[in-house]
Design a protein around this ligand. Structure first.
Ligand code: ZN
Length: 254
């Protein structure tokens, strides 16, 4: 997946002042080529392009662009086991702690996989597939699914994706080329300097391990009143602060 350069809209008919510097609206394009293996073992390829007048490229924007695709995938495919992401590595977009938090919680909430990895290629490498979507979108869009992302979607995601204040930075951000997540240890993300094809996603890689990030349980970010509507709910659901914290992630993951 990748962002293309913001697309500058054109009017169907332009007067001269519009051609020479007139302000034209811009839209942002986020392209994804996604693959899955069908029941008979055949690899299926799909192209998806989401677009919006909102040109945010941070973790909120990226999730807003991906969410409609994730919804489709989760409805189309049942029992998703492994999900592998491949993108380039700009720290202002994909490779930063906020994005990794969204990866480890919000992506998981929708796709419900057992294993996820995100692999970062060097700049200008491995982008041929998503770049080809942009070329086709500029022409006739054959075989590409287009999805408009509204401003409401961005605002809704921003209200639901508050990153914990105590989320610690990790070392070697510029060296990370793979992160892995495993449902057996769902609040931990492991970082590697290179993508490893030998070690499992749950173990410390003996080849390229760099660091790990433990994502704090989100209980402190949810007000008590947002969980319980009455004293009966309070008493029947969780009997003490410890159990409340233990369960808060499950109840507030939407
Ligand atoms: Zn390894």
């Amino acid at each position: 997946m990748d962002f293309s350069e913001n697309y500058q809209c054109k009017y169907n008919r332009e007067i001269q002042s519009a051609h020479f510097g007139g302000a034209k609206p811009q839209i942002s394009l986020h392209t994804v080529v996604w693959y899955y293996k069908s029941e008979n073992g055949e690899i299926k390829r799909n192209s998806f392009c989401s677009l919006s007048e909102n040109t945010r490229h941070d973790h909120i924007g990226i999730f807003a662009y991906l969410q409609p695709l994730f919804q489709q995938i989760s409805e189309k495919l049942i029992n998703i086991n492994k999900v592998h992401f491949l993108s380039d590595e700009p720290t202002t977009q994909y490779r930063n702690k906020n994005m990794i938090f969204v990866f480890a919680f919000k992506f998981v909430d929708i796709l419900k996989p057992s294993i996820m990895t995100w692999n970062f290629s060097e700049a200008d490498h491995g982008k041929r597939a998503p770049d080809s979507i942009v070329e086709q979108v500029s022409n006739r869009c054959y075989g590409i699914q287009l999805q408009v992302v509204t401003e409401d979607s961005f605002q809704k995601i921003e209200s639901e994706c508050s990153v914990p204040n105590d989320l610690k930075a990790f070392k070697g951000n510029m060296s990370i080329h793979q992160i892995t997540w495993n449902s057996n240890k769902s609040n931990t993300v492991l970082f590697k300097t290179l993508s490893c094809l030998y070690c499992t996603s749950s173990e410390i890689c003996s080849h390229y391990h760099l660091d790990e990030m433990v994502v704090p349980i989100r209980s402190e970010r949810i007000r008590y009143s947002e969980i319980y509507s009455s004293s009966f709910d309070k008493g029947s659901s969780f009997t003490d602060e410890k159990s409340y914290k233990r369960n808060s992630r499950l109840r507030c993951s939407g």
